[in-house]
Design a protein around this ligand. Structure first.
Ligand code: FRU
Length: 446
């Protein structure tokens, strides 16, 4: 989501935070510091575009729409319980947020609906329809999620944003799910017999900010969304990852040294007051007794306090026994004094919980080229390291993304992708990554 980023806080708040910081180290509970890593300002300050992380230019006006009648954006495949891309009687299935193609790009989030596609070759996709019957899901719109197949059933996780049937759009975000039957034959795939939709997780206000706490601030975002299924094959334990914000209202936040980095860095790069508004985190909850709707909330895997305001669609790929934690973020979500592109970011650890280090030192894995900084977004790294994302806004020249909504409808439609971007291959070696070959849009197979 791109929202206007208002960063305004008085110097007094910073002074208070800095004073508090000298004591806060003494009061932090050991368990919290061990399990949650903070992406530091020092690490993020190393972000730079280079040939290993910069995508080739995409002319998005040349892309064919995945679905002629719909804009689509965030996309995810059906996996099996272990996280492999599923095959249902030879069909692969992909889900995407969608909205009718006559809706202005800036309005699509307000009526987002999950639709699904199926394909034999993982390349040419046929639109199946909406994932859920009309009116069944719990929000007033459906935001990103994931889907896992087990024993002929689909467990579909999504974000219930707002509340079903509300007259005016509200922004509460809750993690939700429903389970249904997968029916596949030579004609394609569909879903039937959906059970009740359930809310499976809501922010606790301690580790994860509630919408009420978010409102108490003078700016800054609110997120509790994008449930992503993950099974740790080392331990057989199962989890849901999600996008959140660190708990508490802005006035309750205390600055900690580790948010900035080393003393050398901090002495040269004082933390601006407005940075207090950035409090994105990557949340995790453990599945209890193998029942995906029964979750135990855990402390966040990663926080970006004083660094970044939105770490979207977090997901993990395990390679060479290491956990690679990926997430997406926007140019305008960086804390005051830091800069980064619309990009895919990543962290690596030997353990699922704790110990994450940014990939490529800074965390930046994949970025749009500087001449087309909004060409794609919402990248998802698949188990085979193919990365799918959607085509966002192309060829805006010097226009900032916030200005797009002020242009004519014609301009907005002309520059909006609303379809899949080319799939791109990522290679990973230890704690470094490299952008590789591009494939046709939406190709999820190697
Ligand atoms: C990323 C995102 C997701 C959210 C969806 C809403 O593009 O902001 O975090 O679920 O878009 O449309």
């Amino acid at each position: 989501m791109i929202l206007t980023n208002k960063k305004s806080v008085s110097a007094i708040v910073l002074a208070a935070s800095v004073v508090a910081s000298s004591f806060s180290g003494l009061t932090v509970k050991a368990e919290e510091t061990e399990v949650t890593t903070n992406w530091s300002r020092e690490q993020a300050s190393k972000i730079e575009l280079n040939e290993d992380n910069t995508l080739p230019y995409t002319d998005i006006s040349e892309l064919e729409k995945l679905a002629a009648d719909y804009h689509i954006w965030d996309t995810w495949p059906l996996t099996d319980r272990d996280g492999n891309i599923a095959s249902v009687k030879g069909w692969k299935v992909m889900f995407a947020l969608s909205a009718p193609n006559d809706v202005l790009p800036g309005k699509v989030h307000d009526i987002a609906t999950i639709r699904y596609f199926y394909s034999k070759n993982g390349k040419d996709w046929t639109l199946g329809g909406t994932l859920f019957p009309e009116g069944a899901s719990l929000g007033s719109r459906e935001w990103a999620g994931s889907a896992m197949m087990d024993d002929g059933k689909i467990h579909a996780f999504y974000t219930a944003t707002g509340h079903r049937g509300e007259a005016h759009l509200t922004f509460e975000q809750r993690l939700a799910m429903a389970t249904g039957d997968i029916i596949a034959d030579s004609n394609g795939v569909h879903f039937e017999n959906w059970g009740d939709h359930k809310i499976i997780l809501e922010p606790d206000g301690k580790y994860y900010q509630t919408k009420e706490q978010a409102r108490q601030g003078e700016g800054g975002g609110y997120a509790f969304r994008d449930p992503m299924w993950f099974k740790d094959l080392k331990t057989e334990k199962e989890y849901i990852l999600f996008e959140g914000n660190s708990g508490g209202a802005v006035g309750d936040r205390t600055f900690k040294k580790e948010y900035a980095g080393s003393s050398e860095y901090t002495s040269e790069n004082p933390v601006p007051a407005g940075a207090v508004h950035a409090n994105a985190n990557i949340g995790i909850a453990e599945v209890v007794d193998g029942e995906p709707s029964n979750l135990k909330m855990l402390p966040p895997l990663l926080e970006a306090n004083y660094v970044n305001e939105e770490l979207e669609r977090p997901h993990i790929v395990v390679k060479d026994k290491k956990y690679y934690l990926f997430t997406d973020s926007h140019i305008n979500k960086y804390a005051e004094g830091l800069q980064g592109p619309e990009g895919l970011y990543g962290f690596v650890s030997d353990t699922l919980i704790g110990g994450y280090e940014p990939l490529n030192e800074s965390g930046l894995v994949l970025a749009n080229p500087p001449e087309n900084p909004y060409q794609a977004y919402s990248w998802l790294v698949l188990p085979n390291l193919n990365v799918v994302g959607f085509a966002h806004f192309g060829d805006l020249g010097d226009m900032s993304i916030g200005d797009v909504g002020n242009q004519s409808a014609e301009f907005q439609f002309e520059h909006f992708g609303g379809t899949l971007a080319p799939t791109v291959k990522l290679s990973i070696k230890g704690d470094t990554t490299k952008v590789g070959k591009e494939y046709s849009p939406g190709w999820i197979k190697q």
